[in-house]
Write a protein that binds this ligand. Structure first.
Ligand code: HGA
Length: 607
């Protein structure tokens, strides 16, 4: 959320700053802005709404200057209007911010009492005034920043430009991500390596509390205590091509179709097909001694956690608690020493999940992280890093990250069971066999894209939609409902199918489509009974099942979507495809902005 970029360059930087914002627009699109230092002035250009507004503004009012900062915003404090757009500036200083300054009210009162006036409703603007006040009193930029940073509570990544020092920028991070990019006679700051991909591959990841001064040819990094520190410069491997749509209409569509490839890619790191074994990265703790697992996540990752609970308990017979990260820390969870705390996050930067991770670390938990960005904060802070290899996910609605998370979690639960002596070689070989079938089954599910597109018009006019599932497919019902809400703005709910009669069935009438996820298998008959209870009350059902299930129960349905016959272990991966495609095609039918849905942004770096 909120994307930041800064360049100390050799020539005008405005075009490259905007280009960087384009690669980060998925992080927020409430407004965009840039500020350059040029000829003894700060040149600031901002526009409300998507990046195109800023592009138009710059066409009218170009901004020269070889040093500058830029921002794409997801508003937390203050409406998404131009006056709240970053950069925020005084005559001397301008800055961009990702995060929330929690004590901004008391700082603002102090600054107002000192005669300073505010232009915006943001929390961010206090930071620019605090720094500017010290600069106006004669402090050098670094001294001013060093004095102000300890006064800020909350989370921030900052990039700061100074009118009278046009050859430098200062960056700082606490809680929100920031990287330093090393170029040829140029230096960069960015929210992530992808933002800097066409500029440089040489990246240093700032640690919590670090702040940095960059010039054209140097980066001086200091830690919280002001000591100069070294942070390793690494090859990022990020390329601009990773974030292109190719022949697809939307990133979300591209990412749905990438799933067979990226799930196979992910499984390659967790399975040894030749030996029919599950193989995890080196674990330097005794996994068999873990007697309790706590999984913490948000959004789609939380639904992956719900599926994992079924697997962990079924295979490894270990009790699993799952929590929304935003609730976890505040309910005083009981964590017995030596338990495993597992965090799931696409970006590895999700603020609530990261805070929960640190809380668990303090409580003596062993920390594991399933993340898609192996250089992220969670990846760096975990004892056991379990990366997904989904590649950059740009569509705001998560798709391929989810199925890759499931692939990792299935392998982890089997590994756990093997280590606990609860899964023998034969059973392990079976798990490996079924997981290896997943990419082909995902492909077979994708073959139904056109059928799903053709029936999307049945759902598009609905005001409410229900999704039902049982067992490990129940979380898929929740995920299906979330996908539909996120991108088509149709109200949707997921329920465990057996729960319908305890309340939600009261909602049923012929205007509420009910999507039933029911692979044939041990739970099929029970789910079909719940489906018939819906139909008996005039409910219109879309049945997602395999050929056998459809033959048995598809007759009175409004529509059916046929999936390949799959083993129950991989059903949650495969059934993710039709719910993703259904949400996608309904959104397209409704004409909403699939990749940049209203009010949302990716990589949720604020609490
Ligand atoms: N609090 C600032 C920055 C918001 C942000 O980082 N969102 O992810 C604002 O509201 O402008």
């Amino acid at each position: 959320m909120c994307g930041i970029i800064g360049i100390v360059g050799q020539r005008d930087v405005a075009a490259r700053l905007v280009d960087g914002l384009r690669r980060m627009e998925y992080r927020g699109y409430d407004s965009a802005g840039i500020c350059t230092a040029h000829d003894g002035q700060l040149l600031r250009r901002r526009a409300e709404g998507k990046l195109v507004g800023l592009v138009n503004e710059l066409a009218q009012n170009p901004a020269s200057g070889s040093t500058g900062i830029a921002h794409t915003r997801w508003a937390t404090h203050g409406a998404p209007v131009e006056k709240n757009a970053h950069p925020h500036a005084t005559e001397h200083v301008a800055l961009v911010h990702n995060g929330i300054i929690e004590n901004f009210k008391e700082l603002r009162d102090e600054l107002r009492a000192d005669g300073r006036t505010f232009e915006s409703e943001t929390d961010t603007e206090v930071v620019v005034h605090l720094i500017s006040r010290r600069i106006e009193q004669g402090l050098a930029p670094e001294d001013a920043v060093a004095e102000v940073l300890p006064r800020l509570r909350g989370a921030f990544a900052l990039a700061i430009v100074f009118r009278d020092h046009p050859d430098m920028l200062i960056g700082a991070r606490l809680g929100s991500p920031l990287v330093v990019g090393y170029g040829e006679g140029e230096m960069y700051l960015g929210s992530d390596a992808l933002a800097l991909a066409p500029l440089t591959q040489q990246i240093a990841y700032l640690e919590e509390g670090d702040w940095v001064t960059i010039t054209r040819d140097s980066a001086t990094i200091r830690d919280l205590d002001g000591n100069t520190v070294e942070r390793a410069v690494q090859e990022s491997g990020a390329t601009a091509a990773m974030i292109e749509k190719g022949n697809y209409n939307h990133f979300m569509q591209k990412e749905i179709f990438e799933q067979p490839t990226v799930v196979a890619q992910t499984l390659r790191s967790y399975l040894r097909p030749g030996e029919q074994r599950v193989a995890l990265p080196q674990i330097d703790f005794d996994i068999s001694s873990i007697d309790r697992v706590t999984i913490v996540a948000c959004g789609t990752s939380y639904y992956a956690a719900m599926v994992a609970k079924y697997w962990f308990e079924q295979f490894a017979r270990v009790p699993v608690d799952i929590d929304f990260a935003s609730e976890f820390r505040y309910r005083e969870p009981v964590l017995t020493k030596g338990g495993l705390a597992l965090f799931i996050s696409q970006s590895g930067e999700t603020a609530d999940t990261l805070a929960a991770l640190r809380h668990c670390r303090e409580q003596g938990q062993v920390i594991a992280a399933v993340v898609n960005v192996p250089t992220s904060s969670m990846a760096r802070e975990a004892d056991l890093l379990l990366p997904t290899h989904a590649g950059p996910e740009i569509g705001v609605a998560s798709t391929k990250a989810f199925t890759c998370q499931l692939a990792v979690l299935a392998a982890l639960s089997a590994h756990f069971a093997v280590k606990k002596g609860l899964m023998d070689r034969e059973e392990e070989a079976e798990v490996v066999k079924h997981l290896l079938e997943a990419p082909a089954c995902l492909n077979a599910a994708l073959d139904h894209d056109e059928d799903i597109a053709a029936m999307a018009h049945l759902i598009a006019p609905a005001r409410d939609v229900l999704y039902l599932g049982r067992g490990a497919d129940f979380p898929l019902a929740l995920e299906g409902a979330l996908k539909l809400k996120e991108i088509s703005y149709i109200h949707a709910e997921g329920y465990a199918s057996g729960e319908m009669k305890h309340g939600p069935i009261a909602l049923i009438d012929d205007s509420v489509p009910v999507i039933v996820l029911a692979p044939s298998g041990p739970l099929f008959d029970k789910t079909v009974s719940n489906m018939q209870e819906v139909q008996a009350r005039g409910g219109k059902v879309v049945l997602i099942s395999d050929a056998k299930g459809i033959a048995q129960a598809g007759e009175d349905c409004m529509a059916v979507i046929e999936m390949p016959k799959v083993h129950p272990l991989i059903a949650p991966l495969v059934y993710a495809v039709p719910v993703q495609l259904l949400a996608y095609h309904v959104a397209v039918a409704k004409g909403t902005d699939v990749d940049q849905p209203r009010n949302l942004a990716k990589s949720v770096t604020v609490e």
